[in-house]
Design a protein around this ligand. Structure first.
Ligand code: FMN
Length: 458
């Protein structure tokens, strides 16, 4: 752009003269979406430099432009960045990482320097997008000390994020995370926001920003009974998109082993059977369940939010498990989307502890099961080494993306189940607070990390 063109654009008149199709341009910008699976191809240095230069058209606090961008393209360096990040595969598969840095000590009020870096970062993403590349912004970049060493970053600078830019792998999900209805996120004159989009915090006169840390939020409200179903649906339905619905996402080694132990309670079901899985969030369990169920068994996936259902649907496709016999439906107002006595089995893995009224959900499950139908259920156990860690450490942190939960004492859950069903088999899973999924059927079963049971109606 020439100096003259800049002068033209500084006048307070419609941009339509300069660019008649500005609406079309905004629409193209709005098609940008994060990509977390790149093909590893090269983008030349000149193009990357152009993208950074575009980013520096962004405004900055006091015009100090105290930002600095470190472009990393070398394969070994990207692999190291991947390792430091703690497993972001897209850090090694992308064409370039652009680390977002700033000099400390100036324009700190209201994080102005951070706001400035953010403005430039988004401008670079748009530049990359318009050039036909894909990108992803990451605050999750890993250990600061190792990064400082890798980037030779002086102590006067900090690094707060990285853009990964490249070309999407052909099979990468071409999906944009859902946006809230716009009227939810703005108001004229004074604050106004619908109740479902404001999340509970423990009551307090004020919530000083600097008292809230990633490992300690004194006001985190982990009790789902203090959340409405609409708030839970809202929170989980957006935060599941913190990652793309790629195969293998949201899988931990510990949970993988526990899932197998939970699923071992489910007998083989005949073709024609109908099964519902409740509240799958990111679909980690759904994937294992769909693999295990026979091809003739219908799997109903029921969640509080349509956003989660679209995530799980795409994830199953990514895992090669798309099937006409997998159906998706929303749970409205706590009511399962099934007729009375219509299902052969219900699977509720680590779900009840996320609900405001777990017993109401058990009543619903009893309503939709056929006589003789099965419930396979598990819950995190408060009376376990894990429960102790949860109570003393984990629950001090901010509420996780799966939503608030409170582990349930295993004997209490067993009592709830026995009041409605016949418990055919039950087991404890995991002796330690984490790291193992050892099954226990003896006296340890109500002291394990998870308590799981197979129950029959009637
Ligand atoms: C400041 C910031 C930090 C982010 N950090 C991460 C991250 O560490 N890991 C990740 O996978 N995505 C990260 N994202 C990407 C968001 O999850 C993503 O932008 C959001 O889900 C909206 O999706 P969209 O970019 O497709 O519109 C970050 C985004 C922003 C703006």
């Amino acid at each position: 752009m020439t100096i003259g063109a800049r002068a033209d654009l500084s006048r307070n008149e419609s941009r339509a003269d300069a660019m008649p199709d500005w609406r079309a341009m905004l629409d193209v910008m709005a098609t940008r979406h994060s990509t977390r699976a790149f093909d590893g191809s090269v983008i030349d240095d000149a193009t990357l430099a152009d993208i950074v230069r575009d980013g520096t058209e962004a405004p900055s606090s006091c015009n100090q432009q105290n930002w600095h961008f470190i472009v990393v393209t070398d394969g070994d360096a990207k692999r190291l960045a991947h390792d430091i990040s703690g497993g972001n595969a897209h850090f090694s598969d992308c064409s370039a990482l652009i680390y977002l840095c700033f000099q400390k000590g100036w324009t700190h009020g209201n994080f102005s320097v951070v706001q400035s870096v953010a403005a430039a970062a988004y401008h670079m993403m748009i530049s990359a997008h318009l050039r036909g590349f894909q990108s992803i912004w990451n605050a999750g970049i890993g250990d600061q000390v190792r990064l400082r060493h890798m980037l030779a970053l002086p102590q006067t600078f900090d690094v707060i994020g990285a853009l990964a830019i490249g070309r999407a792998r052909p099979d990468a999900p071409a999906m944009k995370a859902p946006r809230r209805p716009t009227q939810e996120v703005y108001s004229f004159g004074q604050f106004a926001r619908p109740a479902n989009a404001v999340y509970p915090a423990k009551p307090a006169a004020s919530y000083p920003f600097f008292r809230i840390r990633n490992d300690n939020n004194p006001w985190a409200e982990w009790n789902p009974a203090r959340w409405s179903l609409a708030q839970l649906a809202d929170f989980r339905g957006y935060s599941v998109w913190a990652k793309s619905p790629l195969s293998g996402v949201y899988v931990s080694r510990r949970q993988g082993a526990a899932t197998q132990a939970e699923l071992a309670l489910l007998p083989d079901l005949p073709a024609g059977a109908a099964v519902a899985e409740l509240l799958p969030w990111g679909g980690t369990y759904t994937v294992e369940l769909r693999r295990r169920l026979g091809p003739g068994v219908t799997l109903h996936v029921d969640d509080l939010s349509d956003n989660n259902l679209s995530f799980v649907r795409e994830r199953l496709r990514q895992e090669g498990l798309a099937s006409d016999l997998t159906r998706f439906a929303r749970i409205d107002a706590g009511r399962l989307p099934h007729d009375n006595a219509s299902l052969d089995a219900v699977i509720a893995p680590q779900v009840l502890e996320h609900l405001p009224d777990p017993q109401a959900m058990l009543d619903e499950i009893a309503r939709v099961l056929k006589p003789g139908g099965l419930l396979v259920v598990s819950a995190r156990n408060l009376w376990s080494a894990y429960g102790w860690v949860w109570a003393t450490r984990e629950s001090r942190a901010p509420v996780p993306n799966q939503g608030p939960f409170r582990p349930i004492p295993a004997p209490r859950l067993r009592g709830w189940l026995a009041a409605r069903f016949t418990i055919e088999a039950d087991t404890g899973i995991g002796r330690g607070a984490s790291g193992d999924a050892t099954p226990s059927t003896g006296p340890h079963k109500t002291l394990s990390r998870l308590y799981a049971a197979r129950c029959r109606l009637g």
